[in-house]
Design a protein around this ligand. Structure first.
Ligand code: DP6
Length: 348
């Protein structure tokens, strides 16, 4: 079929997200072994411009990262396109695809960029699909496409709090994420101060990391724990119970690292200053009676999760106490965000 357009472009911006219940372990093409819950960030994001020209020739892909031609990303993009072609069949008629991408956060910050990168790309494809085929924007399809690039990316196609993974017969599914409604006002404006314990240290790559769950000695118990934690956290998010939610958030962070420590091979990704910061957060919480918690990704940098209640004291006291334990005093200030945005699109 010949496209009605010869060429065009779409520019989108998509956020990273932080998991409160962790996705850890998957089957092929990012079918999660357990459900997960996250919130989308607002400062840490990827901006991507996708330029298309349509034709019958063989597809050529160009990739620019922060303005520099970066061919090393192209094989990953090829794989991604092969996977999403069933959702976006018009991709087979793209002769030239040029992607220009930039992250708002530094490469060495330890923040995973695959979530925001694949969410931005999937968003660009969904917008293009709407233009070419004249249908409504389909968030679930964009989320499914993002998942085929990187599992956690499916949660970045929406703003606010998200659930990904089948939780019950009527709630959640493995193919895409869904934004959670009925979040209590106590959880709105949640903040995330990302303390850079170490930027240099490489976290376990996601493929190797998830593979550690195959045959893991605690594998079955982990799935049960995560499913229960999702159900409980959903309930606390609706009721507004910050303290109970906080217990789950920290349990999940430490469970993720416990799973890595008890894998074969085993990984210790926390640094001495990671533990020091955890101790400081817990002491501060106890002495000030303020609901402030930490979480961790598959890396050494604690994310300090706090809320409207007590925010000024967390920022003036706790973060200043943590700063000397951060590499070059670096703390990235972020908060919950509204999800991706289309900046520009044009087809002719
Ligand atoms: C620890 O989404 O990066 O951040 O699906 O292989 O791309 P792939 O993995 P990825 O894994 C994220 C793992 C995590 C927890 C989470 O975000 O839920």
């Amino acid at each position: 079929m010949k496209q009605k357009f010869n060429k065009g472009y779409v520019e989108c911006i998509a956020p990273s997200n932080i998991a409160l219940v962790k996705y850890w372990g998957k089957k092929q093409t990012q079918i999660p072994l357990n459900s997960s819950i996250s919130f989308s960030l607002s400062a840490c994001q990827t901006k991507t411009k996708a330029e298309f020209s349509f034709g019958q020739g063989e597809r050529n892909i160009n990739f620019f990262f922060h303005g520099e031609k970066t061919p090393s990303f192209i094989p990953k993009i090829e794989t991604f396109i092969t996977r999403v072609e069933k959702l976006y069949p018009w991709l087979s008629e793209v002769e030239e695809l040029t992607l220009k991408s930039e992250n708002s956060f530094p490469h060495s910050s330890g923040i995973a960029s695959s979530a925001s990168a694949f969410a931005a790309l999937a968003y660009c494809f969904e917008v293009t699909s709407c233009k070419l085929e004249g249908h409504e924007f389909n968030h679930s399809r964009a989320s499914e496409a993002a998942r085929l690039g990187s599992g956690s990316a499916c949660r970045s196609v929406f703003g606010n709090y998200n659930l990904w993974g089948e939780l019950s017969a009527t709630n959640g599914n493995n193919s895409c994420s869904q934004e959670l409604n009925n979040i209590h006002k106590n959880f709105r404006n949640v903040r995330d101060a990302i303390c850079i314990a170490s930027s240099g240290e490489k976290s376990v790559g996601s493929t190797a990391g998830h593979a550690l769950m195959n045959g893991h000695v605690y594998g079955e118990q982990r799935i049960e724990q995560a499913q229960q934690n999702c159900t409980s956290l959903l309930n606390y998010l609706e009721k507004g119970d910050l303290w109970k939610a906080g217990e789950i958030i920290e349990e999940e962070a430490l469970s993720l690292h416990a799973l890595m420590m008890s894998s074969r091979p085993s990984f210790i990704l926390m640094k001495p200053n990671t533990l020091k910061m955890i101790e400081i957060v817990r002491n501060f919480r106890q002495t000030q009676n303020i609901p402030v918690f930490f979480t961790l990704d598959a890396g050494p940098n604690p994310h300090i999760i706090y809320f409207e209640e007590g925010a000024s004291l967390v920022e003036s006291k706790l973060l200043e106490e943590l700063r000397p334990h951060c590499e070059q005093g670096r703390i990235i200030m972020d908060s919950v965000g509204a999800g991706p945005k289309v900046l520009e699109s044009f087809f002719e």
